[in-house]
Design a protein around this ligand. Structure first.
Ligand code: MTE
Ligand code: MO
Length: 437
């Protein structure tokens, strides 16, 4: 698909999205009920902009903007990160385009970066200290990284980290914050010690409720007394076998931007609970009250609300396990495909603390779904790989959609779910554009 083809409607949408929608879909279209059809003039405008027909246009949900029109952003470079899209350079935030997440295990140079503050400098791993304390610790203990390695069993697990705000860019009305599309997710292997072993060594008192982490990054204001972020998890999650204090990612030192030399990994929950540049963990006798721990941070309304509604903090709840989701990592969106060939479609799927039991794809805007071959996770809280193929009936513009279902029967919505003020938890189906010739 040429850049020029994409630009036509993208321009139309960026100038006046409401007028563009009205022109294409007509007034009567309702994106929530999916009633209403593409107007004939709308179909003509869309196919003209795309430069090709849309064979399954009769199934397009009302208000759908072809994913081929998604805007492309900057390619500023972060050392050690190749091809990531930088969303913000202070603090540094960068996401990974879906097709660069094709590896079963996310390489270090493809792992997204989400910073709330400024990464520490001049780090010496030999003198780095991790202090364990808090009201519910029997005794406070300080460890060097060498002592952690010496004293506790070393484990390596593949663990998925997804930012709670991944997908935020799709909410309407928009939410402020980094405009993540689909790339604030990754699943590298981490090597470290189990958090539970370290906590038990220090002694977890019976009244322990939560753990809270502290990191060595500095607040954007430069104020040394302010934490950029200090979150945590309930004690049960902290004591899970998969919760790690890790010094290594894919067999190498953690990349600086991913928390070198030490980080917490509590996978399956918003990645904001996985503290980077880790230098302190408190065992708390109450819900941890660190920076960005309480609503509205990393919180959603306790009950559904209309888009755009203001929600008082007391009506919000802190996000725990993340919802079921999937990503198409091959083909790359915008690809051109020969009609004679069948097209391999593959990607990953994950479901917070749960397992994924099925991934389906659609090439006709969700009218019909094809199952994929889905592998089990290599260990609990790792994403799962899936693969299938599609054959197209005629040339034209298609979208491949993927939809995963978790073990509890929960599935991804085809439209953006549950609007919330901060734009968290968008687990709508991933869509890639394909031009069949
Ligand atoms: N110390 C510290 N830990 C942190 C953060 C941070 O800004 N500082 N960001 C959190 C958030 S919001 C996310 S999504 C993940 C991102 O991890 P990554 O940058 O390694 O992908 O780290 C979490 N841990
Ligand atoms: Mo995050």
């Amino acid at each position: 698909m040429s850049k020029k083809q994409k630009q036509g409607i993208h321009e139309l949408y960026s100038k006046d999205p409401i007028a563009a929608d009205r022109m294409l879909w007509g007034r009567e279209s309702d994106p929530l009920t999916r009633r209403g059809f593409l107007k004939k003039s709308g179909l003509i405008a869309m196919t003209t902009a795309l430069g090709m027909t849309i064979p399954f246009s009769r199934f397009m949900p009302a208000g759908l903007i072809p994913t081929a029109f998604a805007a492309e952003s900057s390619t500023l470079q972060i050392p050690g990160k190749d091809g990531l899209i930088v969303l913000n350079d202070r603090p540094i935030n960068a996401e990974t385009p879906a097709h660069l997440l094709d590896d079963d295990v996310t390489p270090n140079n493809r792992m997204f970066v989400r910073n709330n503050g400024v990464a520490p400098e001049a780090i010496d791993p030999d003198t780095w200290q991790l202090e364990i304390g808090g009201e519910s610790a029997e005794r406070a203990v300080t460890f060097t990284i060498a002592e952690l390695k010496e004293r506790f069993e070393t484990v390596t697990l593949q663990l998925q980290l997804e930012c709670g705000g991944n997908g935020r860019a799709e909410f309407v009305p928009g939410a402020s914050g980094n405009q993540w599309t689909t790339g604030a997710i990754g699943c590298p292997t981490f090597t470290g010690v189990r958090l539970r072993d370290v906590l038990n060594y220090c002694g977890v008192l019976a009244d322990a409720q939560y753990i809270g982490y502290y990191g060595a990054d500095t607040h954007l204001s430069g104020d040394p007394d302010r934490d950029s972020i200090s979150r945590g998890v309930p004690i049960a999650k902290a004591l899970e076998r998969e919760s790690l204090i890790a010094w290594s990612m894919n067999g190498e030192d953690l990349p600086l931007q991913n928390g070198y030399p030490l980080r917490l990994v509590c996978a399956g929950w918003p990645a904001s609970v996985s503290g980077k540049w880790l230098n302190r963990i408190d065992i708390r006798d109450q819900v941890h009250d660190g920076e960005k721990m309480s609503p509205p941070s990393y919180s959603v309304p306790a009950a559904p609300i209309a888009p755009g509604t203001r929600v008082p903090n007391e009506d919000m709840r802190v996000i725990e396990s993340m919802p079921v989701k999937s990503l198409i990592t091959f083909p790359e969106s915008g690809t051109t495909h020969d009609i004679r060939d069948r097209m391999t479609v593959r990607g990953h799927a994950w479901a917070g603390d749960d397992q994924v039991v099925g991934v389906f794809i659609s090439i006709d805007f969700g009218a019909t779904w094809l199952p994929s071959a889905l592998a089990g996770p290599v260990n609990k809280l790792a994403w799962q790989n899936w693969e299938t193929w599609a054959q197209f009936p005629e040339p034209g513009y298609y979208e491949v959609w993927a939809r995963a279902m978790d073990v509890q029967g929960r599935s991804q919505p085809m439209v953006v779910p549950g609007w919330n003020p901060r734009g968290y938890l968008n687990n709508a189906c991933h869509r890639v554009a394909v031009q069949v010739v």
